[in-house]
Design a binder for this molecule. Structure first.
Ligand code: SF4
Ligand code: F3S
Ligand code: FES
Length: 236
């Protein structure tokens, strides 16, 4: 099929303003948008810059705005866009470094701020082996373990667009993963961090994050659970 492709281009320090490059291309409907970008680089312009690594929806490096919605370029097929007009732009709310590449540092600073790691300084069980957990207790936080840190959620959130200091849904998801882990003892500290002015209360339940997540994580639900735990002091 023939497509009309528009790609956002920006190369700082060249004097060129941000603009769109346009291509009319023949592609296979089963091609992914990532394949189309690779085709542009191979056939037309090797200077086109974007991040990619695994090409199979695992590493989270190729989140971008495709026809106005955040998606992983390696997960979306051209035929599933339902149109031959395809516009590819960088995700919003983070500084564009070049073309489709944004500065992810603020995103990862927010991620680190919620202590997204296992905390338990208590002695190991007497047999010295493992901290056991029931299947039900493991299920409690299963959904939020699936995050691949692609930033599609945070960069689709209107609260984050209006204030880049908002910790954002991705950080809350990764806090949730540990707050509800029965083996972890850092929940109170994390809930305190998320109760601060740039924490969960900035969420206005817009749901964009949940709709954007390529891992189908119920992000808005996870945020609501964290809000409830802050209010009640309970983790159930
Ligand atoms: Fe990406 Fe989903 Fe994780 Fe957000 S919660 S960073 S959209 S995988
Ligand atoms: Fe933003 Fe998601 Fe809340 S889009 S406002 S974090 S429900
Ligand atoms: Fe790894 Fe798309 S390239 S998720």
């Amino acid at each position: 099929m023939e497509i009309n492709l528009k790609i956002f281009r920006y190369l700082p320090n060249t004097g060129n303003k941000p603009h769109f490059d346009k291509y009319i291309m023949e592609v296979n409907p089963n091609d992914r948008v990532l394949d189309v970008l690779e085709q542009v680089r191979a056939d037309s312009d090797p200077s086109l810059a974007y991040r990619r690594s695994c090409a199979h929806g695992v590493c989270g490096s190729d989140a971008m705005r495709i026809n106005g919605r955040n998606m992983l370029a390696c997960k979306v097929l051209v035929k599933d866009l339902g149109t031959s007009d395809i516009t590819v732009e960088p995700i919003l709310g983070l500084t564009v470094l070049r073309d489709l590449i944004v500065d992810m540092d603020p995103f990862f600073e927010h991620f680190r701020s919620v202590q997204p790691f296992f905390i338990n300084n208590e002695p190991l069980p007497a047999d010295g082996k493992e901290r056991l957990q029931s299947p039900e207790a493991r299920e409690r936080f299963d959904d939020t373990t699936k995050c691949i840190l692609c930033a599609a959620c945070t960069t689709s959130c209107p609260s984050f667009w209006s204030n880049g200091s908002y910790v954002g849904p991705a950080a809350i998801v990764n806090a949730h993963r540990f707050i509800y882990d029965s083996r972890d003892t850092g929940a109170a500290e994390r809930l305190g961090i998320l109760n601060e002015s740039m924490g969960v209360w900035r969420c206005r339940t817009a749901f964009n994050c949940t709709e954007a997540c390529p891992r189908d994580i119920q992000i808005t639900k996870a945020i609501a659970e964290v809000k409830q735990s802050i209010q009640t002091g309970k983790l159930d």
